[in-house]
Design a binder for this molecule. Structure first.
Ligand code: URA
Length: 434
């Protein structure tokens, strides 16, 4: 087989066979297919898509590029959630300890920032010392000891996704249903969960902004879960504006700690609670999502979620004192405040603009080997629907250099719209599919 022929076949909108895809993916891992050939292949898939069979083969081959973990010594049911990617989307940091504190194990393999959206691994690594690289034996050991483990892919776990994911991030090939489906499912199937909750973002800041496409993605994720014998729920949620108030790695961890310590952040709280309710329901500890929500809420109020979070940080070698010191606000060196230039109501806070602004500030990558500034980011002082007076503070930007700050200021120039009339806001929870 020849990689060029396979790329050409997809470029010309033909259907690839199982063997074509297997040769291409395995060849990439072995070094027989180059980075530029994989980049060309991804762009061909981006433009011409894949049918259900191709998507299934791609998922299976990516999954089998590594091992599928079993948990013979773990007695509890194992449930995980995965988001298709958003801005300020930080629920994994709360959900993982929250669900573990309900007696449901959470074996979580996450990703890094992708396109303009943030990644759980980068957020975790903003906690000094936090280790996301563990062997499979350690993965099993930590989940038995703590009930939750949060790691990245390794050379053993969905290694094909690890490499393809970072290449997609820098080749503008993120927003593609078969690539998103195979990426998410290969990781999630490798971790050995019994059930999965998907948070499918819809709206301008999502990886797939369009409602129809997001619905199609939800259906694909549910169909592939079923094919692999996993229980699954897909929740379609709004990503027109960033979730919560903070965007940027440490800033998002800090916001989660605030919520776990009793601060009300309405949209983050609401979304988190519904996802938690669905996970608890899938885990068989509640008869419905609503009942699961009540249990989840109790685990926030009685601080078991925060206690479990601290336990997780400690077991994964993170600096617990740094976490406990969260109220001593840690910020990047340079700060710029942005004020409203007219009075009215905030009608739009474009999530995609804020996502790309965060990258300019140093929160994400433009090249695969870019280093991240963990304290950089954005704090929103207003959200959609809020009334605002001319001269009032809209948001703050933080960066480690003046150049990055200036680039962030410029990129965010059109991020906020103000209207005379109070806007009608989209629903946060758009649909739930089982
Ligand atoms: N999350 C993933 O793991 N992969 C994607 O492609 C998008 C979101």
């Amino acid at each position: 087989m020849n990689p060029v022929e396979i790329i050409k076949h997809k470029r010309n909108n033909n259907i690839l066979s199982h063997d074509d895809i297997e040769y291409f993916i395995n060849g990439y891992l072995k070094g027989d297919v180059t980075e530029y050939q994989m980049a060309a292949f991804l762009m061909a898939v981006y433009f011409n898509g894949m049918n259900d069979d191709e998507t299934f083969y791609l998922t299976e081959i990516m999954l089998n590029s590594g091992v599928v973990i079993d948990h013979p010594d773990l007695k509890s049911v194992k449930i995980d959630k995965h988001s298709t990617g958003g801005v300020g989307d930080k629920t994994s940091l709360i959900l993982a300890p929250q669900i573990a504190s309900c007696g449901i194990a959470v074996p979580m393999i996450s990703g890094r920032g992708l396109g303009h959206t943030g990644g759980t691994l980068d957020k975790l690594e903003s906690i000094p010392g936090f280790n996301i690289h563990y062997s499979i034996d350690d993965f099993r050991r930590i989940i038995i000891q703590c009930g939750v483990v949060m790691i990245g892919q390794t050379d053993m776990l969905a290694p094909a996704d690890k490499r393809i994911y970072s290449l997609r991030d820098v080749t503008a090939t993120v927003e593609c249903i078969p690539l998103i489906t195979s990426s998410i499912m290969s990781k999630k199937l490798a971790e050995g969960a019994d059930g999965l909750v998907f948070d499918i973002k819809i709206g301008q800041g999502a990886n797939l902004p369009d409602h129809e496409q997001s619905l199609e993605l939800a259906k694909k994720l549910l169909a592939i879960s079923k094919k692999f014998g996993k229980k699954a729920i897909a929740i379609l949620t709004d990503m027109e504006q960033p979730l919560g108030r903070n965007i940027g790695n440490w800033l998002e961890v800090e916001e989660c700690i605030e919520l776990m310590n009793g601060k009300m952040i309405p949209d983050l709280y609401k979304l988190n609670n519904v996802l938690a309710g669905a996970m608890i329901y899938l885990g068989g500890k509640a008869g419905s999502i609503e009942e699961g929500e009540k249990i989840a809420n109790q685990k926030l109020i009685d601080k078991s979620t925060y206690k479990k979070f601290l336990e997780l940080v400690e077991i994964q070698k993170g600096d617990v004192d740094y976490i406990k010191d969260w109220a001593n606000l840690k910020r990047a060196k340079f700060k710029k405040e942005i004020f409203a230039d007219e009075s009215g109501f905030v009608s739009k806070m474009h999530a995609m603009d804020f996502g790309f602004t965060a990258i300019e500030l140093g929160c994400g990558r433009k090249k695969t080997d870019d280093k991240i500034d963990y304290l950089a980011g954005i704090i929103l002082k207003k959200k959609c629907g809020d009334e605002v007076k001319k001269g009032e503070l809209l948001y703050e930007l933080y960066a480690e250099t003046e150049e990055k700050l200036a680039a962030g200021v410029k990129r965010s120039e059109k991020a906020v719209e103000i209207s005379a009339a109070k806007p009608v806001l989209p629903k946060l929870i758009i649909d739930i599919l089982e």
